[in-house]
Design a protein around this ligand. Structure first.
Ligand code: PNS
Length: 167
């Protein structure tokens, strides 16, 4: 039984992430979507909500489960018996970010990272941009799964923050 971990912040999960997880599942018997903490980011959704939204987005995919990473991703991968980490790359900027993490995770527990090229039709989708579009009242229905769109509208629609100052 081969198991892969697809890690990320998933703040929130997008259709680009869902595509990568589905394709990882075609290569591995089981996929654990690992919702982890990136100290460089300020999150819109708390960790439990990010897990919940990812779970809803992937509920129809057999052999995929979503878990919270309590600390170091490498240790989590070792604990769940992962054969590899799988990440999607939209382009060179993604690679630059991922290379150091892949090498560090291999250094820590010997785990390899497998990169798959993101579907070019989804290459414009990034969680940060989706949040920006939603916060200005733009259409996000074809960028994220339905439950995520609803959660973003609740959290970010201009009417939820009429002054636009986050208060
Ligand atoms: O979606 P992101 O924010 O690019 O994902 C980065 C993430 C969360 C996977 C990374 O920051 C991570 O693995 N965090 C968990 C803590 C950890 O293991 N840090 C060392 C990474 S080499």
């Amino acid at each position: 039984m081969s198991l892969a971990v697809c890690p990320g912040s998933f703040d929130p999960i997008t259709l680009g992430h869902v595509d990568v997880v589905r394709r990882a599942r075609e290569m591995f018997d089981e996929v654990v979507v690992a919702v982890a903490h990136n100290p460089a980011k300020r999150y819109l959704f708390d960790a439990e909500t990010r897990v919940e939204l990812a779970g809803a987005a992937l509920a129809d995919v057999d052999g995929v489960r979503v878990e919270l990473v309590p600390g170091l991703l490498a240790r989590f991968c070792a604990d769940v018996g992962a054969a590899a980490i799988v990440k999607g790359l939209r382009g060179a900027a993604d690679f630059d970010n991922e290379q150091a993490m892949a090498l560090m995770n291999r250094h820590l527990v010997g785990i390899e990272t497998v990169f798959i090229m993101g579907d070019p039709t989804l290459g414009h989708i990034a969680s940060s941009m989706v949040k920006d579009v939603a916060s200005h009242g733009g259409d996000i229905e074809d960028l994220v799964p339905p439950a995520v769109a609803a959660a973003l509208h609740r959290a970010l629609s201009p009417s939820a923050d009429p002054a636009g100052d986050g208060r």
